[in-house]
Design a binder for this molecule. Structure first.
Ligand SMILES: *Cc1c(COP(=O)(O)O)cnc(C)c1O
Length: 344
């Protein structure tokens, strides 16, 4: 937990930390010209957290509280990043960690993390939503602590990102754009902004969320039984914090967009090619939603400040980057002429 914010979070115990948070807010003028012309666009690069995603902000808090409460084992369902984060912080605290992941739907960098940090990885022949139902039941019946974002400490820790955005800008942005999966993050940001408005007098932004078209239960208003998207971190058909997300969107006069995988991958490509900021596909859903809202005339970007949250690092999902490379990479003779032949 960011030490400066500790007293403002409802979490007990000696901090189990890997010095998460304090991520950069990067001004992206070339991306702004593409997504929100006339506006200022900054990205909160959450992929620079210790395990490569924003999940570390909530996990430091959840594991701190679990250790304080005397828990020995923690469990979560995950599309990958929660698992890697839980595994790391559990290792740090000397707790046992069990993670349930949907078979075949977890990006390589995330699985690698969970294994490296020594978690017990259980694959299920089911979706994230099935996994969440199971870990809820297990933690109800057995002395095992649930560390998904239904755990209130998770949301406490994740609020710190809103505080950091306000600190960096000296005020709240006009809009905060982010992907929405299980809806823990959008709920946490909103709580953080509201708390900062009360305690430090900052304003609150309007929230702009992006859900993947094949996995957009909140936009559609019904559970999606078989969610599908290559943005696997937001492949969730029945979000745990659905109600809070709806409230946050309403209270902030926000918007929630359904963006196709093509739109997500376009934003993903633009982030790395225009700005040198590499995020995982899901992370680009907030930027894709911003562009879509502007193109549709629902957001007027002129003179406005937008912060887009890039939730996870691009190296989490190397396959996604490589799949976008249509031509195979040529192998040439190691000579000046051969190399210059393809450069010119
Ligand atoms: C978890 C996650 C999300 C979705 O966040 P929710 O709190 O589930 O809405 C988005 N992007 C990445 C990279 C994630 O790991």
């Amino acid at each position: 937990m960011v030490t400066a914010f500790r007293s403002r979070l409802k979490v007990e115990g000696e901090a189990v930390t890997l010095l998460e948070g304090n991520t950069p807010l990067i001004d992206c003028p070339r991306l702004a010209a593409w997504a929100c012309p006339g506006g200022t666009l900054l990205v909160k690069y959450e992929g620079l957290n210790p395990t490569g995603s924003f999940k570390d902000r909530g996990m430091t808090a959840a594991i701190t509280q679990a250790a304080h409460d005397g828990s020995r084992t923690v469990i979560c369902a995950s599309t990958g990043n929660t698992a890697a984060s839980a595994a790391a912080y559990a290792a740090r605290a000397g707790l046992r960690c069990v993670v349930l992941i949907p078979e075949g739907k977890v990006a390589m960098g995330k699985l690698a993390g969970s294994i490296a940090y020594g978690a017990q990885v259980v694959q299920i022949d089911g979706s994230f939503d099935d996994g969440l139902r199971l870990v809820r039941e297990i933690s109800d019946k057995a002395p095992i602590t649930l560390v998904n974002s239904v755990n209130p400490a998770r949301v406490e820790g994740q609020k710190t990102a809103a505080f950091e955005v306000n600190d960096a800008l000296g005020q709240a942005p006009d809009w905060l754009c982010l992907p929405v999966g299980n809806a823990g993050n959008i709920s946490a940001y909103w709580l953080g902004f509201v708390q900062d408005a009360l305690e430090r007098g900052f304003g609150t932004p309007q929230l702009l969320g992006g859900q993947a078209a094949g996995s957009a239960p909140i936009v559609l208003g019904h559970v999606v039984e078989e969610p599908e998207t290559l943005a696997t971190a937001i492949r969730i058909g029945n979000p745990a914090r659905w109600f809070q997300a709806k409230e946050a969107l309403a209270d902030s006069d926000g918007q929630l967009w359904r963006v196709s995988d093509t739109e997500i991958m376009e934003a993903y490509g633009q982030l790395s090619r225009l700005e040198g900021v590499f995020c995982e596909p899901s992370s680009a859903a907030g930027v894709a939603a911003l562009r879509k809202s502007v193109l549709n005339g629902e957001v007027e970007p002129e003179g406005k400040t937008f912060v887009a949250v890039l939730t996870g690092h691009g190296l989490k999902d190397p396959d996604a980057a490589i799949a976008g490379q249509t031509d195979s990479i040529a192998v040439l003779a190691p000579t000046y002429d051969a190399i210059m032949g393809v450069i010119e």
